[in-house]
Write a protein that binds this ligand. Structure first.
Ligand code: KG4
Ligand code: ZN
Length: 350
């Protein structure tokens, strides 16, 4: 069976065709995965402007879907279902994908499947690598989320912890902004950090030990926090600026020092959770999983602890519809069908 996936939760319009392989260990294959990025539009404003994002999705969605079908050499009549991101995300952006998917499903007589954006990121690991050895601990780390999930059975995601304040990608974006490096911040900080000294600037690491009053059901000691780190970078930059504009060398040092603290914090919690739940594998998905230091250190730590580690390809790390199609196929096989009153949900829970 072939499924069409549609993703419009933030600032990329994406459509993909994913095929079921019939091989239980590697269940899906990507036939096409088209992403129209709006980065150039939002860069001018230093971040995503929701109103501009939804308007651009409307302009792009038809062409992106047509191209995904063309590239996959697929006609509407070859498809078995349509999967779409229902949430979380920007509501105006989500609505474009949801409305398009509902119309397409009605017009082509195809079943509709609603997908949670983070289920898509988690399934990007399976799309890339095949089924993970379970139980697995998956860290989803993006511009909007930093959360740890326990996957005991395929398609079941149990939230173990999340960030109390900023997401890791958001911290990258904010630090890049205050250094004048532009948007999005992750790729440029990643690049500059390679030339800097990661011990040059002393920055705080946050280790939470108590439960969060807003989420008493979680123990809280695996939670993340990045706002203190961001503020420490801001203070450091202000102090340096008082003594003159920071040099390229100093900026590279700040990037490297910031990145070391973020990556260490993410991996410490991930491997703490792996030990606690006796995981047979660990994975990292979401936009920040494109980070070169995070990828290298994940492999290192996994090898030292003799636990297999998994990552999506760079194309499957950032937002894309192939991961939504994959998660949609999983749900479709479990019997999930959405009705024509499906609505976008900006704060959808997984
Ligand atoms: O998953 P994604 O495409 O969108 C969301 O669902 O948020 O993630 C985007 C985030 C941005 O904050 C961006 O700065 C970050 O991922 N990012 C990176 C890298 N590439 C993208 N962060 C660190 N290092 C990178 N190489
Ligand atoms: Zn995402």
């Amino acid at each position: 069976m072939l499924i069409l996936g549609i993703e419009t939760s933030c600032d990329e319009t994406s459509a993909a065709v994913v095929e079921e392989t019939g091989d239980a260990s590697k269940p899906w294959a990507v036939r096409s995965n088209i992403v129209a990025s709006q980065v150039a539009i939002h860069r001018e404003w230093g971040g995503v402007v929701p109103e501009l994002a939804s308007r651009q999705h409307i302009r792009d969605i038809c062409g992106v879907v047509e191209r995904s079908l063309d590239e996959a050499r697929t006609a509407w009549s070859d498809l078995g279902a349509v999967a779409v991101t229902q949430g979380p995300g920007l509501v105006g952006s989500l609505l474009v994908g949801v409305s398009f998917a509902k119309s397409a499903s009605a017009a082509a007589g195809l079943p509709l499947v609603a997908v949670h954006h983070l289920a898509g990121h988690i399934e990007s690991l399976v799309l890339q690598n095949g089924e993970l050895p379970l139980p697995a601990i998956v860290l989803v780390v993006s511009g909007g989320h930093t959360s740890l999930y326990l996957v005991e059975k395929p398609g079941h995601y149990e939230l173990l912890s999340r960030t109390r304040d900023d997401a890791a990608g958001e911290a990258y974006d904010k630090v890049a902004k205050l250094l004048g490096l532009g948007y999005p911040g992750g790729p440029v900080i990643d690049r500059l950090a390679r030339t800097g000294n990661d011990r040059a600037v002393l920055l705080p690491t946050t280790r939470l030990t108590h439960a969060d009053r807003n989420a008493p059901e979680l123990k809280g000691d695996l939670d993340f926090s990045f706002s203190g780190l961001k503020t420490a970078v801001l203070r450091h930059v202000r102090k340096e600026r008082a003594a003159g504009a920071p040099s390229e060398r100093e900026i590279a040092d700040i990037c490297a020092s910031f990145q070391r603290v973020v990556v260490t914090g993410l991996l410490d919690r991930l491997f703490d959770a792996a030990r606690r739940y006796q995981a047979k594998s660990v994975g990292i998905a979401g936009g920040v999983s494109a980070n070169s230091r995070l990828r290298a250190e994940l492999a290192d730590r996994g090898a030292r602890r003799e636990i297999p580690t998994f990552l999506p390809s760079l194309a499957l790390s950032t937002d894309n519809a192939a991961m939504i199609a994959a998660a949609g196929l999983r749900k479709f096989r479990a019997g999930a069908r959405a009705s024509m009153d499906l609505n976008a949900d900006a704060a959808l829970a997984l």
